[in-house]
Write a protein that binds this ligand. Structure first.
Ligand code: FAD
Ligand code: MLT
Ligand code: ZN
Length: 474
């Protein structure tokens, strides 16, 4: 555990005893209950190797009824529970902090139905995002979200974090694409709103509460989501700009020329590119280094039309000298190599040792100033200070690395990063959530009244506070 999290005290929960294990084995059969220390270990450790719990038991239900029976028991016995999907979360939400029971959705991976006409896919929460895409492919459909962790993350984890990802710009938020949800509340009550209706204004839209609640209000067990048309034509371009100013004008030009076919507008700075080349051995597709790179993708239905639009856009940004170099993928292999550079920055940074990771929303004109200001603050202590992300959505990933945890460096980063964000009325968590990393900083982005109401909702839905304690709303 990194220093800042060691001050948190264990809550007033009971410890798991032999009788509890006997109950769990009756509910789940023995293969659903893991207690072997070596087997439990990997569930205790988060993807970044930054957060580690001390749980002694992992429960792997296969059905909603099993989740309900487990939670009913935990609620009665005051046993704390940490729900885990694919364990790719980046804020320490997916692993316990102490001895919370780990409830893994990895065996809940059934696809329940696909309505080919309305395009609504209904599945269990433990389905892996990439596998859902593979399932949809023969139907000429795809999932409305995509992210670098697609090979491991679960749709339930995506919903619980309200994951944004690489095509948010085009296909929007899970708050819009998730049409129905099934969740089990802390006391074992099953809330089934798994309808596939596009319109439904009967009272409060309760499913929205679970989207982005990071496992603190209930366990998501089923998801009905609107799949989208797989594009007949895809183009990917990788461009270089000499300044952040030019990058912003390039974004304006992309919106203007590419309009409805623009499906991604991602950026990385020179430091991020250097990190993927140095740490992963990837090579830049462009000859000359530049301070900023942009990845643009289009999704459309007629290749000639889309290509004509892309050409018009490229001509404009080149002749206006907004873009100084660029390449367009000629086939799917080249497109995925270009995407690889952007998607693998997260992995590349890990090789530096310790990563201080921030995920903020800021008004576009000041978005990159945060990286510049941070870089000059940490220059003498950090290995790297880089910026990349979903710039088309105003979402910056600011990452500072060092070979090992460094208190002095941490003191230079926080609270400055949060103060800067609050000063510009940004969000301290654009898409990764608060997890265990940021609950105490929520006030930088939300007013006291909103935080108070969130606490009331948490107390109402989970009166003993057993679901993901120490995280999100504390
Ligand atoms: P986990 O990591 O297991 O859990 C995350 C949180 O959700 C935890 O609080 C957990 O308790 C809760 N949770 C999980 N399942 C359930 C459930 N069924 N019911 C209730 N609560 C649950 N995020 C983005 O938004 N955009 C990105 O582009 C992006 N890219 C990434 C790239 C990489 C390489 C990595 C490692 C992570 C990335 N992430 C991104 C972060 C992460 O949020 C997502 O990967 C994903 O949404 C987490 O899903 P998961 O199944 O791994 O959830
Ligand atoms: C991304 O956009 O690459 C992800 O959110 C992961 C990260 O922030 O590193
Ligand atoms: Zn991201």
């Amino acid at each position: 555990q990194q220093k800042p999290y060691t001050h948190i005290q264990r809550g007033n929960f009971n410890q798991v005893e032999g009788e509890d294990l006997a109950v769990f084995e009756r509910i789940l059969t023995s293969s659903g209950v893991i207690t072997d220390h070596a087997d439990v270990d990997r569930y205790n450790q988060d993807w970044m190797g930054k957060f580690r719990g001390q749980s002694t038991v992992v429960l792997r239900p296969k059905s909603t009824e099993e989740v309900a029976a487990v939670l009913r028991h935990c609620h009665q016995r005051r046993l704390a529970v940490s729900t885990q999907g694919g364990n790719t979360g980046l804020v320490g939400g997916s692993v316990p902090l102490f001895d919370e029971i780990i409830l893994s959705t990895e065996l809940m991976n059934d696809i329940i139905s696909l309505d080919d006409v309305s395009r609504i896919l209904t599945c269990q929460a433990g389905c892996v995002l990439e596998q859902l895409n593979t399932y949809l492919e023969p139907h000429d459909l795809m999932m409305p979200l995509d992210l670098g962790a697609k090979g491991s993350c679960h749709i339930g984890g995506n919903v619980a974090t309200n994951a944004g990802g690489l095509r948010f710009l085009r296909y929007g938020s899970l708050h819009g694409t998730v049409l129905g949800l099934e969740a089990v509340l802390a006391d074992g009550t099953v809330l089934n709103t798994l309808s596939g209706l596009r319109k439904d204004n009967t009272g409060y839209d309760l499913k929205q509460l679970f989207i982005g609640s990071e496992g603190t209000l209930g366990v998501v067990t089923g998801v009905a989501i609107e799949a989208v048309q797989r594009p007949a034509a895809t183009n990917v371009a990788f461009l270089a700009c000499n300044s952040y100013e030019q990058l912003q004008h390039t974004f304006q030009a992309a919106k203007h020329h590419l309009g409805e076919i623009l499906s991604a507008f991602e950026f990385l700075d020179e430091g991020s590119m250097d990190c993927t080349t140095a740490n992963l051995g990837l090579s830049s597709p462009l000859q000359t280094p530049a301070p900023f790179y942009i990845l643009i993708e289009t999704h459309g239905s007629v290749q000639e039309h889309d290509f004509a639009k892309l050409e018009g856009f490229l001509e404009t940004v080149m002749s206006d000298e907004l873009v100084v170099d660029g390449t367009v993928a000629q086939d799917a292999g080249q497109a995925s190599a270009l995407w690889g550079i952007r998607e693998r920055i997260t992995e590349a940074l890990q090789h530096d040792g310790t990563v201080y990771k921030y995920d903020v929303s800021l008004p576009l004109p000041v978005l990159y100033s945060l990286v510049n200001e941070m870089r000059s603050r940490v220059a003498s202590v950090a290995t790297r200070c880089v910026g990349y992300g979903h710039v088309g959505d105003g979402n910056l990933h600011l990452n500072i690395t060092s070979s090992e945890p460094n208190e002095e460096l941490f003191g230079l980063i926080e609270p400055f990063v949060y103060e800067f964000t609050a000063k510009h009325r940004g969000s301290i968590s654009a898409e990764h959530g608060l997890g265990v990393m940021k609950p105490h900083h929520i006030h930088y982005s939300k007013p006291a009244e909103a935080i108070h109401l969130m606490k009331q909702i948490k107390a109402l839905m989970d009166p003993h506070g057993i679901l993901n304690p120490y995280k999100t709303i504390v």
